[in-house]
Design a protein around this ligand. Structure first.
Ligand code: HEC
Length: 327
């Protein structure tokens, strides 16, 4: 591993220590081999993916595989767009391992509306690559899966009853971890790519992906931290469009009240028929800016960070060597 990656791992280790996000699910690791979750635990129900293929949950999707499982639904305007965008970042970092030895599953909790076609469009919006399946099925079957995966307890205050968790699993070794899906993508990629696989193969990461793709986070800047953990899956500041618009220079051209609103309560602008919010929604193929439930103080921090970072990018464009501002 290159020294740079070690340095970033140290940063990630700090996150691991600081956060209590990860917990073992089910049995303790030492006992995992004896009492591992297997065919006797997971319902082997039939699901349909976004391509219309019928697959059995245990036999086809879990058995012998390393998996990352999340819940979603295409009409969600709450937290799932962020989770899905975050997984898309992790997919990029893991490169071609996704679809070979690591599989991503997004299971719909709205099977009525989430037809294979609707899921296919959703998958395309988030650039989901091979090995990332969006799954739907009979409601009772999905309920049974969610129960077994421990997806039944939504976060306190969650309005739509869907939990913001990722489940990482290595079915072959019986190692299962639950993670708060709002975590740093670099940390997730390391967890998924290194830690999970080391149980079986200790295989190094392949050459075509890099943790360095993920932004390093400095914890002394809270606005920056929130931006990287909650916004950077969809936005850059000066790096061009991604799932959402480039936010560079917006503090100069947007009305301050409007900007606060789109960060804090984007759906209110749409409900009020705001022309700019509607035009943006159309331009970004109906991916909605999610409401991430920020209070006024956090919104200030974010807008302050957007302003500073835009100025830093502008200074760099103007030939400034003040690179520390960009790091
Ligand atoms: C799941 C992807 C996603 C996430 C996460 C996300 N956004 Fe957005 N955002 C969008 C999309 C798509 C748009 C444009 C469509 C719309 O406004 O609904 C947008 C629009 C915006 C706009 C208005 C852009 C303009 O041109 O005026 C701002 C400001 C913004 N987002 C800030 C943020 C901030 C700050 C965060 C993090 C707290 C964030 N977004 C998180 C997808 C996202």
């Amino acid at each position: 591993m290159r020294p740079k990656s070690w340095a970033s791992l140290a940063g990630v280790a700090a996150v691991i220590l600081a956060a209590t996000f990860f917990m073992y699910v089910g049995s303790a690791p030492a006992a995992a081999y004896e009492s591992r979750w297997g065919a006797n635990y997971f319902p082997n129900v039939e699901l349909t993916d976004q391509h219309g293929n019928k697959l059995h949950f245990y036999d086809d999707l879990l058995k012998g595989k390393i998996v990352v499982v999340e819940q979603f639904y295409t009409h969600c305007i709450d937290i799932c767009p962020l989770e899905t965008a975050r997984l898309a970042q992790v997919q990029k970092m893991l490169g071609d391992r996704v679809g070979k030895d690591i599989f991503f599953y997004s299971i719909s909790i709205d099977p009525k509306r989430d037809t294979p076609q609707a899921m296919k469009e959703y998958a395309e919006t988030y650039h989901a690559g091979p090995g990332w399946l969006f799954l739907t099925g009979k409601k009772e079957d999905i309920d049974a899966i969610n129960k077994k995966l421990g997806f039944q307890d939504p976060r306190p205050g969650d309005r739509d009853g869907h939990s913001a968790h990722l489940l990482l699993g290595n079915e072959a070794t019986g190692q299962w971890l639950r993670n708060n899906a709002l975590d740093n993508p670099r940390f997730l990629a390391i967890m998924i790519g290194d830690w999970m696989t080391s149980w079986t193969s200790a295989k190094p990461m392949t050459s075509n992906q890099s943790y360095a793709d993920a932004p390093a986070i400095k914890y002394d800047d809270h606005g920056k931290y929130i931006f990287f953990t909650q916004c950077a899956a969809c936005h850059t500041i000066g790096g061009g469009e991604s799932i959402g618009p480039d936010l560079r220079g917006l503090t100069k051209i947007r009305d301050p009240q409007w900007l606060r609103k789109i960060v804090q309560v984007p759906e209110e602008l749409l409900d009020q028929g705001d022309p700019l919010a509607n035009a943006l929604l159309k331009k970004y193929k109906n991916v909605r800016m999610p409401n991430l439930h920020f209070d006024a103080a956090t919104t200030d921090l974010l807008i302050g960070y957007m302003e500073r970072q835009s100025a830093a990018v502008a200074a760099k464009d103007a030939g400034s060597t003040r690179e520390e501002q960009l790091r």
